[in-house]
Design a protein around this ligand. Structure first.
Ligand SMILES: [Zn+2]
Length: 192
């Protein structure tokens, strides 16, 4: 799969409060109206810093189109990279390719409330931390199972030994007599 390459204009310095903000935090009062383009690299540290246990490790390029219209902020988050997970088939640690594009909405209001569709933030908030939104975008694209198409990739990360054994097992279960013979042989070997 060809990796997506994100090219964006450099961030305007005015977005950053040099003192305390991490690179994922924006100073809201200075955020300009209209479209702001942001680009991030997300790594292992990003996932360990967040209070979550869904993703241990991964590496992503993240491109965010942040559009501010008054009290409304629309986020378009594109991510492309890989997760480090244990393969559901062979248990080997593998790099699972993962990419996606997610739209999220933030509203600045007097009295914030909980909502699935919109994140409400108290008006007058000084800092907007984008990391939970980046995390949400990546976690929304998580696959249901972590298996890699090993057979299509000559350099697949999967544990071929385990896969061979698994394949062998499924073949054997279709041929009871053969399995029986193997077990007999095993028994003989143990008796020796
Ligand atoms: Zn595997």
């Amino acid at each position: 799969m060809a990796a997506k390459i994100f090219i964006f204009a450099p961030l305007s310095e005015v977005l950053w409060d040099m003192k305390a903000l991490t690179k994922f935090e924006l100073a809201l009062p200075q955020l300009k109206e209209g479209l702001n383009r942001l680009a991030y690299e997300v790594d292992r540290e990003f996932f360990t810093r967040l209070d979550q246990d869904l993703i241990n490790e991964g590496s992503f390029e993240v491109a965010i189109g942040l559009e501010k219209r008054g009290e409304l902020i629309m986020l378009n988050i594109e991510h492309c990279g890989h997760l480090v997970v244990n393969c559901d088939r062979c248990a080997e640690q593998i790099m699972m390719p993962n990419e996606g594009e997610t739209q999220l909405m933030i509203k600045l209001v007097e009295i914030p409330r909980m909502d699935d569709e919109v994140t409400y933030i108290q008006k007058g908030t000084e800092v907007l931390d984008l990391s939970p939104f980046i995390f949400e975008a990546i976690s929304l694209a998580l696959p249901l199972v972590n298996t890699y198409a090993c057979k299509e990739d000559p350099e697949a990360p999967c544990n071929q030994e385990v896969l061979k054994i698994l394949e062998g097992k499924s073949e054997l279960s279709n041929k009871d007599s053969l399995l029986g013979d193997k077990l007999k042989n095993l028994n003989l070997e143990f008796k020796k």
